[in-house]
Ligand binder design. Structure first.
Ligand SMILES: CC(C)(COP(=O)(O)OP(=O)(O)OC[C@H]1O[C@@H](n2cnc3c(N)ncnc32)[C@H](O)[C@@H]1OP(=O)(O)O)[C@@H](O)C(=O)NCCC(=O)NCCS
Length: 166
């Protein structure tokens, strides 16, 4: 998949281990997220997330993506294609730099992502937010995601599963 086409504005590329300090800086600016999804971010947890895969998937379908404004990392997304089924893409994580939030940047990135996924034949996008996290819930609902009714408990918190048809 050509992820460089995912944004008209940002330079989009896969992130690697040399990007960990920049990812760390971006994540550190979002303490609310980690109040709901503990533990707080660390270089180790980022490295783990870079390699994390849902059951039955391999790295060929995983895109741990950075959106860059010049050299500045503005957003990070963990995208898994064809999960949980062939027509669905799964967003495992999405975060924008706190200094540019509430300006529509996150919504624009998701809008452009959905347009691109549709071009590749995907029919829906799935994701989860930690129950009770107002920022995540409001953001995804504002972007057209609806609760599936499925929730699951993991690591001491409850995840609300949501999806959007493309
Ligand atoms: C959620 C997030 C990606 C939004 O990024 P953004 O660039 O600010 O996105 P937008 O400006 O397009 O949308 C902002 C919307 O997010 C929601 N939002 C943001 N902060 C909020 C807060 N403190 N309380 C409730 N809703 C909030 C609102 O729906 C807001 O819309 P509004 O401005 O119309 O009220 C960003 O706040 C973030 O990275 N949060 C931490 C990580 C996270 O929760 N990710 C989602 C779960 S994986």
């Amino acid at each position: 998949m050509d992820i460089s086409a995912f944004s008209d504005h940002y330079h989009v590329r896969c992130l690697n281990h040399t990007d960990i300090p920049a990812i760390m800086d971006l994540c550190r600016g979002n303490p609310l997220y980690y109040q709901y999804c503990r533990p707080f971010v660390s270089e180790k947890s980022i490295a783990r997330d870079m390699a994390a895969l849902p059951p039955g998937k391999d790295l060929s379908d995983k895109y741990y993506i950075g959106y860059f404004d010049g050299s500045r990392l503005t957003a990070v997304m963990d995208l898994i294609l064809a999960f949980p089924d062939q027509q669905t893409a799964f967003i495992g994580f999405f975060m924008t730099d706190a200094s540019v939030q509430k300006k529509g940047i996150g919504s624009k990135i998701i809008e452009e992502l959905c347009i691109n996924l549709k071009k590749y034949g995907y029919l829906s996008v799935r994701l989860g937010w930690v129950k009770g996290n107002p920022q995540a819930e409001h953001f995804w609902k504002k972007n057209g995601f609806t609760e599936t009714g499925v929730t699951y408990d993991t690591d001491g918190y409850t995840v609300v599963v949501a999806h959007k048809d493309l």
